[in-house]
Write a new protein. Structure first.
Length: 500
């Protein structure tokens, strides 16, 4: 009897365990998390996150690191367990909750939710991250929407629309971290031209009225690096125009650009900056400003924008932007780190052969490697031969040559600035640089060429001497032959020969 009771007891405990375990596997609650994002007239937004659950459990959401947020638990209880930073701007906050029901409201401000240029707007949500067993929705209310015009969405279409309100169901809150909407405005937002004279240059930034910040950052970057830019390029343009453009839906790869035509005619601009930079970490607007300016400055020196030597443009732009920002105390550590990692891959996987950059390609997932390889060549050479002083010499060499059109030109200019022939180094990087094609580059090289010329001359003298001896021999033989002939009776046709 006792034994049977024991057996029943064991079975009961076992069943109890299963009953306790099953809900743990399936989650012992139902939970909804909805983000209400309201974009206001000034393109800033307010975010209200409403979490509702029935039961108890543990979960996580992303919260901003810099914006102050308020947490209001209206029913049930919530306990914050830990915070793990997931980016520069967001932390992953884990919390325990219990109650039937639980309701928690988290609110915060979200600046530059929409980016605007003229009558076009681009909205990108905050970083969305939540437990996979939360049912997550994002409701976006847009100010000034022109409903007549096309609206584009990413990564998916809304599940519901009420006028200017769009509701998205986030199917995978671990991976689908953003909602992007590209739309037109009923009324255009005026563009303001912010002006500032820095040194001898009048810098003008044209941007929609809500984004004065980006103009201030451009001025700051140019002010901080002005003396170095002046040192390197000597002559800076009297006017510099910056214009801002919107990202292409979900493409945030191109942070700035200068048109090829602007480079090829050596014009003073404009430089185009991606307005999305205003939402990037400190240092990105500044780095991009200097990077794009270098393209312009090289264009003024006659460095062609053609594909074959595009790497030189990008390498110089990256090197100077990073170098000058660093010297000015602007944080560009992310750039340095990205290049360092990429260079490791390049030297290992490509075995140091960097010649792929001659066939420059912007539309490739490997684009970072192109930039890093170009940066690596300029950085390594410049740092070996004097840093900024080397670049200053290189600039005057380019100026003296009237610009650069080919890789041979680049090797020549870089060699002259280094006062050393760099052909062999470029050959090691896989560049098809032919022997003795780069002209006279240094004193050492001069001697070598003179020695070769001397050897050729010596050979020529010997060959000439042999030819002269042979000729003399032929003449002697001919004279003998004629003397013999004279002794013979003259032929009739021979009379002409002896007339003189
Ligand atoms: Zn560039």
């Amino acid at each position: 009897m006792r034994k049977r009771l024991d057996a029943v007891f064991i079975i009961l405990i076992f069943l109890a365990h299963i009953i306790i375990l099953i809900p743990h596997v399936e989650a012992s609650y139902s939970a909804n998390l909805t983000y209400y994002i309201e974009v206001k007239e000034n393109a800033n937004a307010t975010i209200k996150m409403i979490f509702k659950a029935d039961g108890s459990g543990i979960g996580f959401v992303s919260l901003p690191l810099f914006e102050k947020y308020t947490v209001n638990v209206t029913t049930g209880s919530v306990e914050w367990v830990k915070y793990e930073d997931i980016s520069v701007f967001y932390t992953n906050a884990t919390f325990k909750f219990s109650g039937k029901p639980v309701e928690m409201i988290i609110s915060y401000e979200f600046p530059y939710a929409s980016l605007i240029s003229g009558d076009t707007a681009w909205f990108m949500s905050n970083y969305i991250l939540a437990s996979p067993n939360f049912n997550v929705f994002v409701e976006v209310k847009l100010y000034g929407l022109n409903s007549e015009k096309e609206i584009r969405f990413w990564p998916y279409h809304p599940v519901e629309r009420k006028g200017n309100i769009f509701v998205f169901h986030i199917k995978n809150p671990l991976l689908d971290n953003r909602v992007i909407i590209e739309y037109k405005l009923a009324n255009e937002v005026p563009t303001i031209s912010h002006e500032k004279t820095i040194g001898e240059t009048k810098v003008v930034v044209h941007v929609a009225e809500y984004y004065r910040d980006i103009a201030d950052k451009v001025f700051y970057a140019f002010e901080k690096t002005y003396d170095d830019l002046k040192y390197v390029f000597r002559d800076l343009p009297s006017k510099l125009d910056f214009e801002c453009y919107l990202p292409e839906l979900n493409d945030l790869t191109a942070l700035g650009y200068v048109k090829e035509r602007t480079i090829d005619v050596g014009a003073e601009g404009p430089i185009y900056l991606n307005l999305a930079l205003i939402r990037f970490k400190e240092g990105f607007v500044e780095e991009t400003t200097i990077h794009e300016f270098v393209h312009l400055a090289l264009g003024r020196l006659g460095v062609s924008s053609k594909r074959e030597i595009r790497w030189f443009h990008e390498g110089m732009a990256e090197y100077l932007a990073i170098k000058l920002c660093n010297r000015s105390g602007i944080d560009v550590s992310d750039y340095v780190e990205t290049h360092r990692e990429a260079v490791k891959v390049l030297l290992k996987e490509y075995d140091g052969d960097l010649s792929f950059i001659i066939d420059w390609e912007y539309n490739t997932p490997l684009i970072r490697l192109y930039y890093s390889a170009s940066y690596y060549i300029i950085n390594k050479t410049a740092e070996k031969y004097g840093g900024l002083a080397y670049i200053r010499k290189l600039v005057s060499e380019i100026d003296r040559m009237g610009g650069l059109e080919s890789n041979e030109d680049i090797v020549k200019a870089m060699s002259n600035a280094a006062n050393e022939d760099l052909s062999q180094q470029f050959r090691e990087w896989g560049f098809p640089i032919k022997e003795k094609e780069n002209g006279v580059v240094s004193n050492g090289e001069n001697d070598k060429i003179l020695r070769v010329l001397h050897e050729i001359l010596e050979t020529l003298v010997v060959v000439a001497a042999i030819i002269v001896i042979i000729l003399i021999a032929i003449v002697i033989l001919l004279i003998r032959w004629f003397t013999k002939r004279l002794k013979r009776p003259p032929l009739e046709y021979a009379s002409d020969i002896y007339q003189f």
